[in-house]
Ligand binder design. Structure first.
Ligand code: A4P
Ligand code: MG
Length: 171
């Protein structure tokens, strides 16, 4: 585990996605695990959404959600913690880009930082045009939130077709 812990916490947003092995349960369980991350405090969880797959169409619908957390973990430390949770959910990487998965955890935003390193890009490079990210993000973030390099969340949502996404009733 990367030992970098920061003196000052930042607010980070994490996207959750699953389309295998009871996706809603995978996402709810992952939220509970995110609530237990070291050096971190879970601030808010969005509702769960059923979403049509982006990428290969011959895969089940996804369940997506977003959480906000206050964390002192570095970006790399947070990524490693998220990957440990993915592994615990039996995530197999078979090399298929955008293929089915038991659990995908993406760092969407880390404060107002921009990072482009091997294996870690923040903001998440695909987030600007994805309703399955932007809609739940807007549930837990202020609409004036700035996505570094892309503008405000409100502007991004306005430009993004809200198709193939439906809230899952609580219960
Ligand atoms: N990586 C780089 N930046 C980040 C970041 N900000 N957060 C690296 C997390 N990981 C980041 O990811 C590949 C590598 O991305 C990791 O090793 C990490 O170092 P992965 O999870 O192994 O592979 P992937 O998820 O298949 O690839 P990718 O390109 O990250 O896919 P996405 O963008 O996550 O998209 N349709 C619906 N409806 N809902 C979904 O959730 N998800 C995807 C996957 C496709 N279609 C979907 C959904
Ligand atoms: Mg991913």
């Amino acid at each position: 585990m990367t030992d970098a812990v920061r003196a000052t916490p930042v607010v980070a947003y994490v996207g959750l996605g699953s389309n295998l092995s009871d996706p809603a349960a995978q996402v709810r369980q992952a939220m509970a695990e995110l609530n237990g991350l070291p050096e971190s405090e879970l601030l808010a969880r969005s509702p769960l959404y059923r979403t049509a797959p982006v990428g290969p169409a011959d895969q089940p619908d996804y369940v997506n959600a977003v959480v906000s957390l206050k964390t002192r973990l570095s970006p790399r430390g947070l990524l490693e913690a998220l990957q440990a949770i993915e592994r615990a959910h039996g995530r197999q990487r078979d090399g298929t880009r955008w293929g089915p998965r038991t659990l995908d955890l993406d760092i969407l935003l880390y404060g107002d930082e921009r990072l482009s390193e091997p294996g870690l890009q923040i903001p998440h490079p695909e987030m600007g045009g994805r309703a399955f990210v932007l809609v739940p993000l807007a549930d837990v973030a202020p609409s004036g939130l700035r996505v570094p390099g892309l503008g405000t969340l409100a502007d991004l949502i306005e430009r993004c077709p809200r198709e193939g996404i439906a809230p899952i009733p609580v219960g």
